[in-house]
Ligand binder design. Structure first.
Ligand code: BGC
Length: 657
């Protein structure tokens, strides 16, 4: 017996979603799509079927993503997400058996490069409901001997992309593919046959296992994360007092959810409505993570409609989505618990809502993220969340009648417009992503003597790369995508400076403005919250821990302080900065500013002014008692003098950060 929780959502506090304290740093924030739903111009089992589908709408040009790839990557970037899940259209790669289209393969390779160049990690799905017509004619997943063709395609894609794509999904929702195609008759080949459904289900599990094993055996297999994507559809008894409703709910849950999950856990699969388990070679533990697609729960009675046109039952207080099933965020927790026993990381590979006018979606996003954050806080290993979907698209049997996008798409003009829900998701994501780093790189570096006569100090080479590159490498490792470099002395030498995967902007002051003046001068480029670094210090600390302190203390500035340093330049107590003096050491001082701080932009605006001023002297004294202190004794590497530069060189030679 399981409980069916329902919350009073009006009483739920969403502040942690907004202030960035709900999710751990490093959480994967994503959006998802599938090739056939967005690319346009596809020819596959689905395009063949469309004239006979329920809506009879043709996918046609869809979102014309095939021709608008680069612009769409910008839309993804605009959402501030860190990950993007897409699927590779096999029918484009191998349009007829054994004939491989290099240009199509190159298109996906370019997509991956474009994503990485703006700091977005790709996740590729190898089967998302569609495949080539020739393979369909051979019987698709109905015949075991066909599996090898698909695995060959998967291996080809892995060979091409796994140097850049770390995350792979084998098959998207085998239970949906089987049920919709072979039981409910809504997806191709639109038959109603339990017998055929059973062989398809079994072969999909075999295919998943074979694909996993083949990719894992590749040189980069160990380095990549490969998993199955399972749609968890919850079934609850309509009347909880009625044993027949319970029986129905249990049977459906077993067929739709449990048999697949058990199959993965045990390596033996009992297909839905089957009587015996079949041992599937390579199936046991064949997932490095489990992708959970979660949309709703269904209320079970022995008389449930098997036609999607008939509205499903819902609870009186639930809201129906455009798809007619209810919004039920509470169930996401149960979906996590259902796969928890696999003991592998869980990733929400899809969650979203059909809501044409976007009046439910903002709340839908908040509720599902709230449930996810709560599950993580309670110890469930949920690593990421991909919203379904990036933009409105072709919703299979529903055609263009159901819209799931964070961006609205006008299918006449192909114009994309961010919806309110898109801004909401972006705001939550942004609050949780590593903020922009702002690097002070304008100083003269006089203590370095002749070295800085020709080169600004942040561009001095240490262990083969400019110090600035080392600093950015670390920031990037900490999940940072944006850097603002404030330059002055020989600032022209920063022109054209880049760092792959990060956007780097250099702002040069015309005349020396001091540390505060430099920030004031760049104010229009500062994000609301940023990480302040010094261009001659390498400080390899965990930004997430510093950010946690910043959230907990709710401070305008949180500075990292070390207590193991030969000099001391500040006094702190109970996590707050009380006094700071760069020049005269005070015997009561008990800490040293280690050079990484979190700053709210409002502080710059409040304390700043035109002209020359010092950030440390002005702001630290003004914020005495308010600024927070984050204690961390990780050594920081200041290369301000030739001796220290030498030590840093030594350190970088010996350590991989
Ligand atoms: C599928 C998507 C689909 C979404 C919304 C998922 O089951 O993977 O392709 O668009 O549901 O119905």
């Amino acid at each position: 017996m399981w409980t069916e929780e329902h919350r009073n959502w009006d009483a739920v506090d969403y502040t942690p979603l907004k202030d960035g304290s709900a999710f751990p740093s490093g959480f994967m924030w994503g959006v998802a799509t599938a090739s056939h739903q967005i690319e346009g111009g596809n020819h596959n089992n689905w395009s063949e079927f469309e004239p006979r589908s329920k809506s009879q709408q043709l996918s046609g040009e869809a979102c014309d993503h095939w021709n608008r790839r680069s612009d769409d990557v910008k839309l993804i970037r605009e959402l501030d997400v860190s990950h993007y899940r897409f699927s590779i259209e096999w029918s484009r790669i191998e349009p007829s058996q054994g004939e491989w289209d290099q240009d199509a393969a190159q298109w996906y390779s370019d997509l991956v490069d474009e994503l990485l160049s703006v700091g977005i990690q790709p996740m590729a799905t190898l089967h998302h409901f569609t495949h080539p017509v020739w393979w369909d004619q051979l019987g698709g997943f109905e015949r075991e001997e066909n599996i090898q063709h698909w695995v060959d395609f998967c291996v080809k894609m892995f060979d091409l992309l796994s140097d850049r794509v770390e995350w792979w999904c084998t098959i998207n929702e085998p239970a949906v593919y089987t049920t919709m195609g072979y039981v409910l008759g809504e997806f191709p080949p639109a038959v109603r046959s339990f017998k055929r459904a059973r062989s398809v289900a079994l072969n999909m599990m075999r295919a998943h296992a074979q694909c996993y094993q083949a990719l894992k055996a590749k040189p980069r297999g160990e380095h990549c994360h490969i998993g199955l994507v399972k749609n968890i559809n919850l079934f609850d008894p309509y009347r909880r007092w009625n044993p027949l409703h319970w029986i129905q709910a249990k049977v459906l849950d077993g067929m739709f959810n449990r048999c697949w999950i058990n199959g993965l856990a045990k390596g033996k699969f009992k297909p839905p409505s089957g009587f015996r388990s079949v041992s599937v070679p390579g199936l046991k533990n064949s997932s490095d993570f489990i992708g959970v697609n979660y949309y709703t729960h269904l209320l079970a009675t022995p008389f449930m409609p098997t036609k999607v046109e008939i509205d499903p039952l819902i609870r009186p207080w639930e809201t129906r989505t455009d798809f007619r099933y209810p919004m039920y965020a509470e169930g996401l927790r149960r979906a996590f618990e259902m796969v928890q026993g696999l003991n592998i990381p869980i990733i929400v590979t899809e969650n979203g809502v059909a809501d044409d006018d976007d009046d439910m979606r903002p709340e839908h996003v908040r509720r599902h993220l709230h449930i996810t954050a709560e599950a993580i806080a309670d110890g469930l290993d949920v690593r990421g969340f991909y919203h379904w979907s990036l933009m409105d698209n072709f919703e299979w049997a529903e055609g263009y009648d159901q819209q799931f996008g964070l961006y609205h798409v006008d299918f006449e003009t192909q114009k994309r417009t961010l919806k309110e829900s898109g801004s909401e998701y972006k705001a939550i994501v942004k609050a949780h992503r590593t903020p922009q780093v702002v690097i002070m790189a304008g100083g003269l570096g006089t203590r370095l003597g002749t070295m800085t006569e020709q080169t600004p100090k942040s561009l001095i080479q240490v262990n083969g790369k400019p110090i600035l590159t080392h600093i950015l490498d670390w920031a990037q490792k900490q999940g940072c995508l944006n850097a603002l470099v404030l330059t002055g002395h020989m600032g022209e030498q920063f022109e054209g400076f880049t760092h792959p995967g990060m956007s780097v902007r250099c702002i040069r002051e015309d005349s020396p403005l001091g540390t505060g003046g430099a920030l004031w001068n760049a104010q229009e480029h500062l994000e609301e919250r940023f990480i302040l670094l010094w261009g001659d210090d390498l400080h390899p600390i965990q930004y997430s821990e510093l950010l946690n302190t910043h959230h907990t203390m709710g401070a305008p500035v949180t500075m990292c302080v070390t207590e193991s340093h030969e000099e001391m330049n500040l006094r702190h107590e109970d996590g707050r900065l009380l006094e700071y003096d760069k020049i005269s050491a005070n015997p009561e001082f008990n800490g040293y500013e280690a050079g990484t701080s979190i700053v709210e932009k409002s502080v710059v605006l409040k304390h700043g002014s035109d002209g020359v001023w010092s950030w440390e002297e002005t702001v630290y004294s003004a914020l005495s008692g308010k600024a927070a202190v984050h204690l961390d004794n990780t050594p920081f590497w200041d290369m301000g003098t030739p001796e220290r530069l030498e030590l840093l060189e030594q350190f970088l030679k010996e350590t991989t950060l």
